[in-house]
Ligand binder design. Sequence first.
Ligand code: PA5
Length: 436
Amino acid sequence: MERYIRLDESALGAGVRAAELDQLTPQVETAHRLLHSGGGAGAEFRGWMDLPVRDQRGELDRLQAVAARWREQATALVVIGIGGSYLGARAAIEMLLPLYRNELPARVRGGPKIYFLGNHMNPAVTAEILQLIEGEDVVVNVISKSGTTTEPALAFRLIRETLARRYPPAELRRRIVATTDARRGALKQLADDEGYEQFVIPDDVGGRYSVLTPVGLLPMAVAGIDVERVLAGAAAGRDFWSQPQMATNDAYRYAAWRNILARKGKEVELLANFDPHLHTFGEWWKQLFGESEGKDGKALYPASVDFTTDLHSLGQYIQEGRRILIETVLHVLEGEPPVQIPSEPRDLDGLEYLAGQSLAHVNAMAYQATVAAHQEGGVPVLQVHLARRSPEVFGQLVYFFETACAISGYLLGVNPFDQPGVEAYKKNMFRLLGKP
Ligand code: PA5
């Protein structure tokens, strides 16, 4: 299969030299060995590496059957989950399908509207969603490995209470699918007790690396995304980015550059896009790198920006604020619909020189101009070119960043597969709430 993702290092600027990459080669080789031999920290959570080629046939067939049934029958799917149990699915759906899909007429949309619940505890938004699904034919995918995460567990209580007023117990049971641990946890037990259909989050795959399991694949399939194509793209990525040679391994080079730049005092990495379809991909990426590397007082802080929107808010800081930033720009090469700029002879806005040009061209020029300006302003820029927005590209992009993150974590000397720090706020919250 084609390589859909290409790293472009041409705008890194004068602050770094190719020789620095060469100097890091032995460390990257060590990180590669640790990752592939299982000798590194967190090795028991390397299951994500094989997901694209693992024999998931039985699970995939069952998943496709649920998706087909729900696409036929339901008008609203509520996906309940948080963090790694929701961001990947949402990133895929928003990247690959119309951003305002829920507002399209049913025959254009294809499949149910999709709402995400349990990713916060805001009562107003929760109530809005519960109100929006009134009168809809509702199905639910509750996703939680532990089953005890407060946000999705509360949302699942609320949705069951709401739907129990509408559907008799046997009918409600058929409308709920749980994606959870194979053997343990509160959701596993509830699903067994209630007789919900279940999909498994494998033991050897951590939450933020789980998008290519049913965690991500079931909501994608219900939305109408061809998940076989997603997995095929990721499988090709696995071939490309399992190679030890840094010269040809873009994921390793990306990991190496961000480590070199962090060692030179850079503190923040901005993941930028010029396409609102990629906004939630940025959220997924932030969790991946934030939870994997933010340990022992180390690592670049992962942030994301949406351009050109944020050029009108954060652009000033990026150009002239503290020189602690690096930027990685996701750039989609082709596939934009032909939106042509109309002529307006009065030319009050002074934009008549663009009449007849495509909006995609103007956006592309904004992209080029921004990369050059930021580089000149002292922000090293890495560009990740994506062939287009397609299921294969999504799968490959996920695999690219997952590989880069694992290698980057080992270069940094942290365990890229645990997240001990996320317990701190929970302990305080449970104390405040009087948890027995
Ligand atoms: O990466 C992680 O481990 C976390 O983001 C979890 O996915 C998140 O906290 C949700 O956990 P759970 O699936 O147990 O509800």
